[in-house]
Write a protein that binds this ligand. Structure first.
Ligand code: AMP
Length: 548
């Protein structure tokens, strides 16, 4: 009989870079798999070119080469598509062919798995993929879809800051500490405050901005360079692209305490121009971005204080953009009492992938144990063959007794909270007339799974034949808020089988799963009709799945 064990890797599918990691059993930590281009960071860029061999006439190139070719063909290169996940079905259009953010992400995942397969010398199918904690259901489902498109078995989707926290718990003991993870990557700002206990990582607060990252600093600096040094000059397309790379490089130079200015040359059609930027200029033209970051960080601090948590023991900085001096100064300004060792800045680029690999290992051990207990280890997904009898016996012994405890002692399960509130569209009547509002049933910050059962709503008119249950996702802590159609995530119709007067009561229940799936149930007053709605990403399905 063939014997199997589970193998899972961790993938940090970033806006600017993708990193893949496996769990190193000896080091008891995640270890990155290098890209064949030589670094652990694969730029999240996909370049397309015409090809006779491919069915749709296009072939693609991923990573560093794609990022470099973008200088010549920006219209055929897709970057920053993570920001579009779950929001649109079109990320790049090439003549008659359109690629969705999921498809582009799938190309990155394929490359990550290729890197892992060549580092580990075995076939890999099982993965944990990280996403910003601030990603909503639509974006998480889009990430799952990307995994499926890449032919992968996605064991779990893990929040990026939690992955970083898991990595840090493998390096130092954070038990009984309140930790704030600030993840500022290329495209997103993502924050999680959590309490690390003996048994688990308990999320306390989630916040962030999926439209704020290092690339915004690049854009602001590019604008400044254009206005200050290049006014009235024209640039060729490739020189424009080179300017973007030079600006990013200048930003990195200015992150070094010892450098007070950065210099480079821009080629324009009217001749070369020398650009020299001081740190003071950089800080000035990006001040609004620092302020946006400050607003989010202070909001987390305030919300924690409202929950009675006044003290943060450790701050973990991850994401390449936390290297900027202005971000480090901002943290010092907000928490002047925190000492240096309390601000952890280790492996800022790799911490998320390494943590995901450690978490994946724990998941793998759990799955394997369940399979063995059920007497069906080796029956297939997500297992790989372990043919050696001696290894198999050893694996069976350890997996049941110490293995999980061993991994669990460093990698703890995560008690997640909701990063959003979910409410129903209602008509509110008062002396001033009737207004359309959202009435929240599940609130951001509630531990998952969360449910609100049997909330009663009165019919707004006599003899209604049906009621539309419209579900909205939002960030409010209030029960009522103004209706905003951009927040609508799903809608279904509850048929009413009898003639009923205004005010007759329907009951609505919400259940939010740990994976972000929201189930909505509605029952009409006679109890004859009950509907159930499962909210999936419209970006994937075109419409919600509605079951009667
Ligand atoms: P990540 O998504 O974590 O890979 O972060 C990528 C972002 O970090 C990009 O916007 C980079 O320009 C930025 N970054 C990387 N290194 C530095 C540095 N030394 N100083 C400032 N920003 C950096």
């Amino acid at each position: 009989m063939e014997r199997f064990i589970c193998e899972v890797i961790g993938i940090d599918l970033g806006t600017t870079n993708t990193v893949v990691s496996y769990y190193d059993e000896v080091a008891r930590d995640g270890a990155c798999c290098p890209d064949f281009e030589g670094t652990n960071l694969t730029p999240s860029a996909v370049f397309f070119e015409r090809s006779q061999e491919d069915e749709d006439g296009w072939s693609h190139v991923v990573g560093k080469v794609a990022k470099e070719i973008a200088i010549l063909h920006p219209d055929r290169t897709a970057t920053r598509f993570k920001r579009l996940m779950g929001r649109t079905t079109e990320a790049i259009t090439l003549e008659n062919r359109t690629f969705s953010p999921q498809e582009l992400s799938a190309f990155m995942l394929e490359r990550a798995v290729e890197n892992a397969e060549s580092a580990l010398d075995r076939k890999i199918r099982n993965v944990v993929i990280t996403v910003p904690a601030y990603f909503g259901d639509l974006q998480r489902k889009a990430t799952l879809e990307a995994g499926k498109l890449a032919g992968l078995n996605v064991i779990d989707i893990l929040d990026e800051p939690i992955a970083a926290l898991v990595h840090c718990t493998t390096l130092s003991d954070l038990t009984d500490k309140v930790v704030l993870v600030i993840d500022l990557g290329g495209g997103t700002l993502d924050l999680i405050a959590a309490r690390v206990t003996q048994d688990c990582i308990q999320e306390l607060e989630i916040d962030g901005d999926i439209g704020l990252g290092g690339s915004d600093w690049d854009d602001a600096l590019t604008k400044y360079v254009r206005e200050t040094f290049l006014s009235g000059r024209s640039l060729r397309v490739d020189d424009e692209q080179q300017l973007c790379l030079d600006v990013e490089f200048a930003k990195k130079v200015l992150s070094n305490e010892k450098k007070n200015n950065a210099r480079f040359v821009v080629r324009s059609m009217d001749g070369p121009v020398e650009v020299r930027i001081t740190r003071e200029e950089f800080d000035r033209c990006t001040r609004f971005l620092r302020d946006k970051t400050e607003t989010v960080i202070r909001r987390v601090k305030d919300n924690l204080e409202k929950k009675g948590i006044e003290k943060i023991d450790k701050i973990i900085l991850v994401g390449g953009a936390t290297r900027m001096l202005q971000i480090r100064e901002l943290i010092r300004e907000i928490w002047p009492d925190l000492e240096d060792p309390d601000i952890i800045r280790r492996n800022v680029d790799e911490a998320v992938a390494c943590g995901a690999a450690s978490y994946a290992r724990m998941k793998a051990a759990e799955i394997a144990r369940k399979e063995i207990e059920a007497g069906k280890a080796g029956t297939g997904d997500p297992f790989i063959i372990l043919e050696d009898e001696e290894r198999w016996q050893k694996f069976k012994e350890t997996i049941q007794h110490e293995e999980i405890e061993k991994v669990r002692s460093v990698v703890r399960p995560v008690q997640r909270i909701s990063s959003r509130s979910y409410g129903l569209g209602v008509t509110v009547e008062d002396a001033g007339g009737s207004t359309q509002k959202i009435y929240n049933l599940i609130f951001r910050g509630e531990p998952l799974p969360a449910e609100k059962l049997g909330t009663r709503f009165g019919l707004s008119e006599d003899n209604m034949k049906r009621v539309a249950l419209r579900v909205y996702e939002n960030f409010s802590d209030e029960h009522y808020l103004e209706q905003d159609e951009t927040l609508l995530i799903g809608e279904c119709v509850l048929p009413i089988s009898q003639q009923l007067p205004k005010g007759a009561v329907i009951e609505v229940s919400f259940r939010l799963q740990e994976d972000g799936t929201l189930y909505v149930y509605g029952t009409e007053p006679t109890g004859n009709t009950r509907i159930e709605m499962t909210l999936h990403s419209r970006a994937l399905l075109g419409n919600e799945e509605v079951e009667f």
